[in-house]
Design a protein around this ligand. Structure first.
Ligand code: DGL
Length: 291
């Protein structure tokens, strides 16, 4: 099953009730997708889950990631989600099919929208063959080669680089920090040494958009500026299209509302979540999804 085919396997609701959209990530990162989504879905209610107790997903096995991701997705279904956005590249890359099979609602991931965003950014033809896209992602996402497959299918050349230290640095709030700049310099220098023809940098983790200024700064410092893209906007647009298809009678102009859940660290979620979301995260509900 592909990310887009999931949109065709469920009946279209001719409903006027407001849609409830579940958005899930292992932590704060998916808030970058929610941030892009909110302006596109007036009248909707969003329920966001950050599985912070079990983060990071990106260093774990496929089986563990699938178990965590399915239980997180089922929680959002129980809270009334009509549609689910997996705002996590790792869960999309390793567990999309498991989630689609476990849930009777449309499920959309971030990898296909991210790959299409890379294609759109690489639309200028090159004389040297296909465009080269450097994908920064978690170790699990890189091992799955989900992005290499998606990009190759679109005629793009992929180089995937695992950056396991970036999620903990972002979760710590160190988005503008000397240590983070040094870590980025090592990762980017290593990656570009093996893929010098890279023209586009794809942020293959929903935590990484928070590092975009630091990445720009580091690329400038090492003399290799690149076009940086992430999947948040593309995923948000694909989700809005799906919502419109499933709720064709919805004509609300009301501000979307949000309810937040986390499995740990709710104070930190409240404190740091606002910088990911771009607006205050007023209240976070603590839940226990087990181990
Ligand atoms: N935000 C998740 C992603 O997009 C990664 C976080 C993790 O390793 O848990 O891959």
């Amino acid at each position: 099953m592909t990310e887009s085919s999931s949109t065709q396997t469920h009946p279209i609701h001719q409903e006027t009730k407001s849609p409830t959209i579940g958005v899930f990530d292992s932590g704060f990162g998916g808030l970058t997708v929610l941030r892009a989504l909110l302006p596109l879905i007036p009248g909707a209610h969003c329920i966001y889950l950050g599985d912070t107790a079990r983060l990071p997903y990106g260093s774990k096995s496929r089986e563990t990631i699938a178990r965590y991701a399915v239980s997180s997705a089922k929680f959002l279904l129980e809270q009334g989600a009509d549609l689910l956005v997996i705002a996590c590249n790792t869960a999309t890359a390793l567990a999309l099919e498991d989630i689609q099979q476990a849930l009777p609602i449309p499920v959309i991931g971030v990898v296909q929208p991210g790959a299409h965003a890379a294609l759109a950014a690489s639309s200028q033809p090159t004389v040297d063959g296909p465009h080269h896209v450097l994908v920064l992602a978690t170790a699990a996402t890189v091992q799955s080669h989900a992005y290499a497959h998606a990009l190759n299918n679109l005629g793009l050349q992929a180089c995937e680089k695992a950056c396991p230290l970036l999620v903990p640095l972002v979760e710590e709030g160190w988005t503008n920090h000397l240590v983070t700049d040094q870590v980025l310099k090592i990762y980017l220098t290593e990656a570009l040494a093996t893929a010098p023809a890279t023209q586009t940098l794809l942020l293959g983790c929903t935590h990484y958009p928070l590092l975009e200024p630091a990445i720009q700064r580091t690329l400038a410092a090492i003399g290799h500026p690149l076009t940086i893209i992430d999947s948040a906007d593309a995923t948000a647009r694909a989700t809005a299209t799906l919502v419109a298809r499933h709720f064709p009678n919805l004509a609300s102009t009301a501000e979307p509302t949000c309810t937040f859940y986390a499995t740990d660290s709710i104070d930190k979620f409240q404190r740091l979540g606002s910088s990911f979301l771009g607006q205050p995260v007023a209240e976070v509900n603590l839940i226990d999804l087990g181990g």
